[in-house]
Ligand binder design. Structure first.
Ligand code: MG
Length: 461
């Protein structure tokens, strides 16, 4: 469908490089990325790891080859979750960390995510610089005698120790844990056992074909887990994505815990515990986050969609918590990478402290309605249309409270909001609106759709 050339126009997305294996992302490209990372960062020591994907070792070997050729020493950590790689990069004083993963994408995909010496994912600027080095082929190859050394050691015990030291659970939680055959397959069950939980682990064998369920935990892919939770009458079901930076929960009744509401409930709990503070979330998250966080005296800042933007904001604004409503939660006290295992343990701890079951904890968060609409618009004009829509939306909603161009255009109005964004990959403009009721949300999005349709029509003339 599309080759390395297509990726060339924009190699890095909001989560590093990602694409179809041996179509978009080849070992040749992986080696070039390895060379470019060291050329750019002048790294002397780099950590490399992968998730369980079939293509993981092939790409890791190629990437490591590039890193070594540029003169960096590389510690290969085998299969570990992305947050563990990020944590170890900082802990072991590496100059950079590289993770081979396509996160929650299907098994035929893979990707490369790069972290700096602080365990923070590379921002757009650094990614663009790496991209330019690859485009120009301006790699700094080491002299033969200065080629790097590779060692293979599994240091994930350091993460395990940090976890066991930092969090103590009083209750003997009864859990079903579902790593989905991904990178958390051994670490997650081991951590819960260490913390004294009673555990049933399902899909806890590494398998890069993800045969058991989609590697993206969502209400649909977790139906079997929900059934098990209900039948066994356990306290909670916990599931991770392919590389373990996302987590989803099934409550004690066997219901999928809504992403937005669990994020809001947990964020409010962190703010309460800290006696205030800032929380970072993206422009698409529900306004229930503000509702809950502000009730505890906290403040919410909104970023572009993509966990690297949340991580960046968490560090820059010294927030107490950050997260996206896909189960990617960041706990800055520990590190800057979304961390599924850590999130699930901290949630259990929060429930213990509050003396609540998961369904009760989430029930305190109001449930609002979200409506989404896509409008076809050619790639050439979609960005201009979105920009124009921004000013016009203010006229459509004259009593708006906030106007933001952090990602597309977003207008906060009384009891709701609307977001208009150009799709990154398709000839489409996406509209999202939230209201206190479905009727209110439909009303808001309806006004936005009418406006955008009018603008698209006018631009064609
Ligand atoms: Mg992920």
């Amino acid at each position: 469908m599309f080759g390395e050339k297509r990726l060339r126009s924009k190699l890095f997305g909001s989560s590093g490089v990602r694409g179809l294996v041996n179509v978009d992302l080849t070992p040749i490209l992986a080696a070039k990325i390895g060379l470019a990372v060291v050329t750019f960062s002048k790294a002397k020591k780099v950590l490399a790891a992968r998730d369980t994907r079939v293509s993981g070792l092939m790409l890791e070997n190629a990437l490591v080859s590039g890193l070594l050729a540029a003169g960096a020493n590389v510690t290969c950590s085998d299969v570990v979750p992305t947050p563990v790689l990020a944590f170890l990069t900082k802990k072991l004083n590496a100059d950079a960390g590289v993770m081979i993963t396509a996160s929650h994408n299907p098994p035929e995909y893979n990707g490369i995510k790069i972290f700096d010496n602080d365990g923070l994912a590379y921002d757009e600027e650094s990614q663009n610089k790496i991209e330019r080095i690859i485009d120009r082929g301006s790699f700094s190859l080491a002299e033969w005698r200065n080629i790097g050394q590779a060692t293979c050691t599994d240091e994930s015990s350091l993460y395990f120790e940090m976890m066991a030291k930092s969090v103590k659970l009083e209750k003997k939680w009864h859990l079903v844990v579902d790593p989905g055959c991904g990178a958390t397959y051994s670490l997650a069950p081991a951590v819960f056992k260490k913390l004294g939980c009673r555990l049933l682990a399902v899909n806890a064998q590494p398998d890069g074909f993800f045969p058991a369920r989609s590697s993206e935990p969502n209400p649909d892919s977790l139906k079997p887990l929900a059934k098990i939770v209900k039948r066994l009458g356990v306290d909670m079901g916990i599931a991770y994505d392919g590389d373990g930076d996302r987590v989803a929960f099934i409550d004690e009744k066997g219901n999928f815990a809504d992403f937005d509401r669990s994020l809001a409930a947990y964020a409010a709990r962190v703010v309460k515990k800290n006696g205030g503070g800032t929380v970072a979330t993206n422009v698409e998250a529900s306004m229930c986050v503000e509702k809950m966080v502000e009730a505890q005296g906290g403040r919410v800042i909104r970023t572009k969609v993509g966990d690297i933007y949340i991580s960046e904001a968490v560090k820059r604004h010294t927030t107490v918590f950050g997260g996206e409503p896909c189960g990617a939660w960041i706990h800055p006290k520990f590190h800057y990478c979304p961390d599924g295992i850590l999130s699930s343990i901290l949630l259990l701890k929060a429930l213990e402290d509050e003396g609540k079951r998961l369904s009760e904890f989430i029930a305190e968060t109001p449930q609002y309605a979200t409506v989404r609409e896509n409008i076809h618009c050619s790639n050439e004009i979609k960005h201009a249309v979105v920009e124009e829509a921004g000013e016009d939306l203010k006229t459509v909603f004259p009593s708006y409270k906030e106007f933001s161009t952090v990602d597309g255009v977003r207008l906060t109005i009384r009891n709701g909001w609307i977001l208009v964004r150009a799709s990154g990959t398709e000839p489409v403009i996406r509209l999202t609106a939230e209201g206190e009721t479905l009727r209110a949300a439909k009303n808001i999005v309806g006004k936005g759709v009418a406006l955008v349709r009018k603008l698209v029509k006018e631009s064609r003339k």
